[in-house]
Design a binder for this molecule. Structure first.
Ligand code: AMP
Ligand code: GLY
Length: 433
C-alpha cells in the first residue's frame, strides 16, 4: 500500500517510521513532513490546501491517508478526500471532530450523555461571563471555545486575573473567532492521564494509557506547552477506570457520532475507584508526545488498525479485558523526553543546527519534530525539536537510558545552550492519583 501521512511533528514522524517497517506498506509519503525523513520522501504542501492533497493522492495512487493534527480534521479533510478522490482517510468526520474543535459543543454533548466532566457554563459576552464567574469558586478555569494551538485554556487563582483574561477574549479579541464564546469550568484536582481508543464507528479498542507532561519546566512549573515528554504505561489509570471510561465515555461517543479514527480522552483521575475520573477534554487524534511512546510499545503492526478503523477489514488482534478491548502491546516501558528550543513555548529560537549520531544505539530511538532541511543541513524549525525515546523492561530503566543518552551521547552533537528539556519525565510514575 502507498500511504500519505499528513503533518510535520513528532507524532507524524513516529507514524511514518512505524508504518515504513510494516509488511504491506510499499511507500510512505510525508506532507509537509520534517527532516526525520530523507528529502525524497517529503512532499511540499499546506495542510489547508485540500485540492493539492487530493491531487497528490491521485498522482501517487495513494491507498490510505493518515491525518496527524486536528486542524485539517476539523476543517473536514476526511469528508472531502473520501468524497472527491475516494481514498480512505484515517480520522473522524468533520462533525465528529467538533468534539475537539468546539469545547462548548463537547461540553453540551457530555452534559446530554451524562459523561463525567467538570461543572461548566457557557458565556457569549463579557457581561454574561462576569455573572457566571460568581457561581464558581477559585481556582476557576476559562476555556475559549475554538482551536487555539493549546493556548486557549487558563487557570485563575484570583478574580482579577480571570476578569483580565475575559476582557482579552471578549474586548481585545485576542483569540479571534475561537474566542466568540467561552466555557467557564470548575477546577478539577487529581492526576491527568491520556486515554486513546481506535474506533471504527461501532467499536473502540484502547491503546496503552500514556502520561503527558504539559508544563514547560520540572515539577510541573512554567507555562503550558504542547507536551514536554511522555511515558507508557501510565498505571494510575487502572483497568477498572478504563472499563468505566469505556462504558460511560467511549460508548456514548460511538453511539452519537459513529466515531472513526482515534478518540483521545484527556482524563483527570481523582481516586482509585472506577468512577473517580472526569473528562478534561476530547481530542480527535493521537496526542503528541504520547503517540511516540504508544507506537513504540505496540506488539504488532499498526496498519491493520488503521484499515479496520476505515472499514476496510473486519478483524484485528485485540485483547479481551474485563469490560473493554485493548490493542496488544509488548510488556515494556517507553519514556519520551522532548528536546525543545530555548525560549519554547513563548519565543523559541529557530535555526539551531542539528547533528545526530549516525549509528543506532540499542533501545534508543530519535523521532524528529520541528526540524527541516536548509542547504542540505538539518536545522530546527519549531519549538519542540526532537523526541528521545528509550525502551526497557521498566520505567526506571527506560528513564535512566533516555537521560544517559541525552547527557552522555547527545551533548557531543547538539548545542544544549540552545535547548531545554525536562529532567523529571517518568519520575512520578509511582505516585497515586
Ligand atoms: P484542555 O485543552 O482542555 O485539555 O486543557 C489544557 C490543560 O489545562 C489540561 O491538560 C489541564 O492540565 C488543564 N485543565 C483544563 N481543564 C481543567 C479543569 N477543569 N481543571 C483542572 N485543570 C484543567
Ligand atoms: N499532548 C497533548 C496533545 O496532544 O494535545
Amino acid at each position: 500500500m502507498k500511504i500519505l501521512v499528513l503533518g510535520s511533528g513528532g507524532r507524524e514522524h513516529a507514524l511514518v517510521k512505524k508504518l515504513q517497517k510494516e509488511k504491506n506498506v510499499e511507500k510512505v509519503f510525508f506532507l509537509p513532513g520534517n527532516a526525520g525523513c530523507p528529502p525524497e520522501d517529503l512532499l511540499a504542501g499546506s495542510l489547508e490546501d485540500f485540492d493539492r492533497i487530493a491531487h497528490i493522492v491521485r498522482q501517487f495512487s495513494i491507498d490510505l491517508v493518515v491525518v496527524g493534527p486536528e486542524k485539517p480534521l476539523a476543517a473536514g479533510i476526511k469528508d472531502y478526500l473520501e468524497q472527491k478522490v475516494k481514498v480512505p482517510v484515517f480520522g473522524p468526520s468533520q462533525s465528529a471532530a467538533q468534539l475537539e474543535a468546539s469545547k462548548v459543543f463537547a461540553y453540551r454533548f457530555m452534559e446530554k450523555a451524562a459523561i463525567p466532566a467538570a461543572k461548566s457554563q457557557v458565556a457569549k459576552s463579557l457581561e454574561e461571563a462576569k455573572k457566571i464567574l460568581e457561581n464558581f469558586s477559585l481556582p476557576v478555569v476559562i476555556k475559549v471555545d475554538g482551536l487555539a494551538q493549546g493556548k486557549g485554556v487558563s487557570i485563575h487563582q484570583d478574580i482579577a486575573s480571570a476578569l483580565e483574561k475575559l476582557s482579552d477574549i471578549f474586548e481585545k479579541n485576542i483569540f479571534g473567532d475561537a474566542g466568540r464564546q467561552v466555557l467557564i469550568s470548575e477546577f478539577l484536582r487529581g492526576r491527568e492521564a491520556s486515554l486513546f481508543a481506535i474506533c471504527n464507528g461501532r467499536e473502540g479498542i484502547f491503546l496503552p494509557v500514556a502520561q503527558d507532561y504539559k508544563r514547560a519546566f520540572d515539577g510541573d512549573e512554567g507555562p503550558n506547552t504542547g507536551g514536554m515528554g511522555s511515558y507508557v504505561p501510565a498505571k494510575h489509570l487502572s483497568e477498572k477506570h478504563i472499563a468505566y471510561a469505556h462504558e460511560k465515555i467511549l460508548k456514548p461517543v460511538l453511539e452519537e457520532f459513529h466515531y472513526t479514527g482515534v478518540l483521545y480522552i484527556g482524563l483527570m483521575v481523582h481516586g482509585r475507584e472506577a468512577h473517580e475520573l472526569s473528562v478534561i477534554e476530547f481530542n480527535c487524534r493521537l496526542g503528541d508526545p504520547e503517540a511516540q511512546c504508544i507506537l513504540a510499545s505496540l506488539a504488532g503492526e499498526l496498519l491493520p488498525y488503521l484499515l479496520w478503523s476505515c472499514g476496510m477489514i473486519e478483524v484485528v488482534p485485540k485483547l479481551q479485558r474485563d469490560g473493554y478491548f485493548a490493542v496488544p502491546t509488548q510488556n515494556l516501558a517507553v519514556v519520551n523526553v522532548v528536546l525543545a528550543a530555548r525560549g519554547y513555548p513563548d519565543n523559541p529560537v529557530k535555526g539551531i543546527p542539528i547533528s545526530l549520531p549516525s549509528k543506532p544505539v540499542p533501545n534508543i530511538d530519535i523521532i524528529h519534530a520541528g526540524t527541516t532541511y536548509q542547504n542540505g543541513q538539518i536545522i530546527s524549525s519549531g519549538g519542540r525539536i526532537l523526541n528521545i525515546l528509550a525502551t526497557a523492561n521498566n520505567l526506571v530503566t527506560a528513564r535512566a537510558l533516555a537521560y544517559d543518552f541525552i547527557e552522555k551521547k547527545l551533548s557531543c552533537y547538539l548545542d544544549f545552550q540552545q535547548l531545554h528539556y525536562r529532567k523529571d519525565i517518568g519520575l512520578d510514575h509511582a505516585s497515586p492519583c
